[in-house]
Design a protein around this ligand. Sequence first.
Ligand SMILES: Cc1cc2nc3c(=O)[nH]c(=O)nc-3n(C[C@H](O)[C@H](O)[C@H](O)COP(=O)(O)OP(=O)(O)OC[C@H]3O[C@@H](n4cnc5c(N)ncnc54)[C@H](O)[C@@H]3O)c2cc1C
Length: 511
Amino acid sequence: MSPGPGGRRTRPRSALVVGGGVSGLVAAHDLAARGLRVTLVEAEDHLGGAVGAHQVAGLVMDSGAESFATRSRAVPDLLEELGLGDRVVQPHRAGSWLFLPEGAVPAPDSGILGIPADPGAPRLRTALGRAGAARAGLDRRLPAFVGMTERSLGGLVRARMGARVLERLVAPFTTGVHSAHPDDLDVDAVAPGLRQALREHGSLGAAAGALRRAAPAGSNVAGLRGGMNALSETLVRELERAGVKLVTDYDVIALDRDPRRDGWMVIQRQPRRGEKTAVARGELLVMATDGATAVRLLASHHDELQRFMPEPGPQVALATLVVDEPRLDGAPRGTGLLVSEDARGVRAKALTHASAKWDWVREAAGPGRHVLRLSYGRAQADPAAVPPEVALPDDQLIRLALSDASTLMGVTLRPRQLVGADIVRWRSALPRAGVGHARRVAEFRGALAELPDAAAVGGWLAGTGLASVVADTRAQVRALLTEAGVPEDAAPSGAEPARRTPTTPDERTDP
Ligand SMILES: Cc1cc2nc3c(=O)[nH]c(=O)nc-3n(C[C@H](O)[C@H](O)[C@H](O)COP(=O)(O)OP(=O)(O)OC[C@H]3O[C@@H](n4cnc5c(N)ncnc54)[C@H](O)[C@@H]3O)c2cc1C
């Protein structure tokens, strides 16, 4: 390893992770597995970030992520390692729907990101219309290079399949999942491998179909019985077992260089006495927070990083409703719907019929009882603005969600049928992978290399979604350890008993 600011040439033995979402937990797991003493500091009083749980009408449900993309082995391999492999479940194959200005129509079931493998499929006729379907069909006859230089997902789809496919099929998908229009999304960040598949297969439809077929069991996503929150819970248990020190409820506002040894520390300043107490130390640092926090904290050690300050991601709210309504037993909208921005009378951007999508939710809810998850918060012209629905007080948002659910499901749901409801709000949890994202990430990491004992991970760099976040975090941690000269086969540190540090000042002591 090149000497750090302290001129260190010895092998590091400790690491500090800031942020306890899934990226921070995975980073801490991999650092501890390579024999380092690890301290993780998280601002909230719980760990897991956007992979967590909440209770609604007695059911334990995911409060954020509820599935993972199966396009890569990143998440399945991690789940196997954690002993969760036998809890992996496939969603019900009832298909999903779109809510367009004309009403609800079945969504393409053969491609990815709303891009149909077969735009001529009869189920898409209403969504595309005759002219739209004819334009989309051109994709098969255009030379493969058409659209290849487009950097945005929107540009690529428009060039190959036309505006109708873009606005009717793909935009509802990306606004529902990424809170952004396809024109504002980097194709390589949100659809890794798509342009390569286009080169190989000659058309966008064939490329989307090939990526879809590459997913096991023909499904793009999988989940865990009991919910994805089991991933965070199991990671935390593993960290405790490995002796990782977990400091929760501590909002890191500054990072300091450790004057006693090489490396980093989080200090608590005690203004009255002018003293500083170290809350956590580590020779290596992994920043696993949102982008704005990571850039702010790191830039005080390397000014150049300041220019990578990301725009705030959209604020989103998730309304979970549990309703008694046997007419929903037949899953009238399959696993759920994505809502076109042009549709009137509905303000949700997506609805997941969780008890139709996942058998374990249906079994937990019981006959005639249903779990509906509606998400709110479309991207605003001013990225700092709070979307109007997200700004509503909980009771009003629950009323809106019940009304939206009635419209979307085509079944009137009355307040007396509501057995329970909960609102979860997320800030900076869905960072946008805008056009040029991959290049900016490479430049940021190039600049961060000036701090050879630090790495940065998380959705704001990897792209939203567990598949991207897990794969990127593990790769970054591996690279940091290699750079630091930690051998591959370093033995795990002798695990001390688990320590979850409470947050009273006296207990925030030097590890
Ligand atoms: C509602 C919702 C639904 C989603 N659904 C899916 C899905 O179904 N499938 C999927 O693959 N992905 C989904 N995602 C995306 C996925 O959850 C995220 O990409 C992933 O969890 C991001 O992990 P992360 O560690 O980068 O960030 P986060 O989970 O945001 O974690 C960052 C952590 O850093 C902490 N932190 C911030 N500042 C500080 C500080 N100063 N000091 C200490 N700690 C700090 C935060 O408190 C937080 O815990 C969803 C996201 C949301 C919000």
